[in-house]
Design a binder for this molecule. Sequence first.
Ligand SMILES: O=C(CO)[C@H](O)[C@H](O)COP(=O)(O)O
Length: 215
Amino acid sequence: MARPLIQMALDSLDFDQTVALADQVAPYVDIFEIGTPCIKYNGINLVKALRERYPDKLLLVDLKTMDAGEYEAGAFYAAGADICTVLGVSGLATIGGVIKAAKKHAAEVQVDLINVPNKAECARESAKLGAQIMGVHTGLDAQAAGQTPFTDLNEVASLGLNVRVSVAGGIKPATIDQTVKAGANIIVVGAAIYGAPSPAEAAREIRELVEAAAA
Ligand SMILES: O=C(CO)[C@H](O)[C@H](O)COP(=O)(O)O
C-alpha cells in the first residue's frame, strides 16, 4: 500500500522553538502542521517564515475555523498554506467558504471531525462539497480523559469516500501499525515526537514504523 504521509504537529507557543523543532524533524516528516495554539499565538508571520524556509514541504495551518470560512482562511492560503483546517461542527456554509478560498490558491481543505456527533454524515457532505481531507481527531482534552481516535478512524476510513483520511490524537510508536492498517492516509504526531528526549530520533522511528507497516 502507499505509505501514509507523516504530519508533525508543531504545538509549541514559542516562534523560535517551533522553527527549531521543524528543523530537527524535517528529514522524516512530510507535512508541518502549525498547531492551533501556535498559530493563534504567533500568527501569519510564522506561516510565511516556514514557507520561506521549507518551500517544498507541505504546510498545514490548523485554524480549526468555526465561522467566516473564506475570509479567515483566505489570508493563510495567500501566505503559503497548502492545507487549512475547518471544524466539521461549523456547518456546511463555513466549510464551503474555506473550500472556496482554497480553490483560489490551488490548495486543500481538511475538515476536522473533532466533536462532530455524526462523523459519517459530516464526512460525506463535506466530501460532496469538495473537501479533500477528513480529519479524525481526538483532541488533547479528550485524550486526557482516556479517549483514542481508533474507533472513529475505522468508521471514517470504511466509508470509501474519495478523500484522504487523516488521524490525530496521541499517536505513538506502539499505535502506528494499527493506524496504518486501519487505512489512514495521513498520520499526525505531536507529543510522541516533541516530548521525546530526541525529537529527531523519535521522528526517525515513526518514519521507519510507518514504512514497515505500509510495506
Ligand atoms: O490538533 C491537536 C490538538 O487539538 C494536536 O496537534 C494533535 O492532536 C496532534 O498532537 P498529539 O499527537 O500530541 O495528539
